[in-house]
Design a protein. Structure first.
Length: 289
């Protein structure tokens, strides 16, 4: 009886926290993206990223020049994700601030007050509804199917694409008739020493139910030393970030009107893994690149 009571109390508390967190996530307003703000910030931000991360972004010419586009990337670097920053700045520099471009981010990111400026760059909470709204506007949308599971993978798995079996992005692309453009990036997992995702501990603490967090990562990073959770972020090491945009994939044209999602998932992640392995093979030394 006592154990049952404890479970009921924990379950009730978990649901209450989950509702409170969900209520605090800012409502996505696609019009909050501010081209004038982006134009003003872009030169300095791209200069800093280029110098600090020696950023190199290849293949932007593969992105269709107009219409809805689903950009699908592997994710690296902990809660401060340099690959997202580098690609967002490079994309906007290449296509201009006027082209509508949005990025999906975890609810926890959207709740951090000092990151509210990201919304002016087009960052919105990750949800199927927000993704559809962006694509139906004819915009480019950047998604990271691996989410927190991939971004906190151990450093020695930095050359591995890990979407944790999440194939919802393919269903989205098919339903919205948007080409999939794979984006692979290497170097982000060298901005700290990521030791473990801590996914079992996250489940034990019900973080998956309360915060939609499937991990409680442990890393060694500046300035904290041992960093549990990475909730306050960290100072990333100046690892060289190399990103490559691959040719677009029209899912219906390649796989038919009713594609087998398991087959498509294996093919798309396989193409990305091959490209990521090639980029990783170019690196001679960690961090240095």
């Amino acid at each position: 009886m006592a154990l049952t009571t404890v479970r009921q109390v924990v379950g009730g508390l978990t649901r209450r926290v989950a509702r409170e967190v969900a209520s605090r996530v800012p409502t996505a307003d696609l019009d909050e993206r501010d081209p004038d703000y982006i134009r003003n910030m872009l030169p300095g931000a791209w200069l800093v990223a280029s110098l600090y991360f020696r950023a190199e972004v290849r293949g932007l010419e593969h992105v269709p020049a107009e219409g809805p586009v689903l950009l699908v990337g592997n994710h690296s670097g902990g809660n401060l994700t340099p690959d997202t920053t580098v690609f967002t700045l490079a994309f906007t520099s290449y296509f201009g601030a006027e082209r509508c471009f949005y990025q999906l981010a975890h609810n926890v990111v959207m709740l951090v007050p000092w990151l509210s400026w990201l919304r002016k760059f087009g960052t919105v909470a990750a949800s199927a509804e927000n993704a559809r709204r962006a694509l139906r506007r004819g915009c480019a949308l950047l998604v990271y199917p691996g989410g927190d599971m991939e971004v906190h993978r151990p450093t020695w798995e930095g050359g591995k694409v890990d979407f944790a079996g999440r194939s919802g992005f393919l269903r989205l692309a098919i339903e919205e008739d948007a080409p999939v453009v794979p984006v692979v990036s290497v170097g982000g997992q060298e901005t700290a020493l990521f030791l473990t995702r801590g996914d079992r501990l996250a489940r034990l603490l019900h973080l998956d139910q309360m915060l939609r967090l499937h991990v409680l990562p442990v890393s060694v990073s500046l300035p904290w030393g041992l960093n549990v959770g990475d909730f306050t972020g960290h100072l990333p090491l100046p690892a060289k970030i190399t990103t490559e945009v691959l040719p677009p994939i029209d899912l219906r044209a390649r796989y038919g009107e009713h594609p087998d999602l398991d087959e498509v998932y294996a093919d798309v992640t396989g193409v990305m893994q091959e490209a990521l392995a090639r980029l990783a093979a170019e690196r001679r030394f960690p961090v240095v690149g």
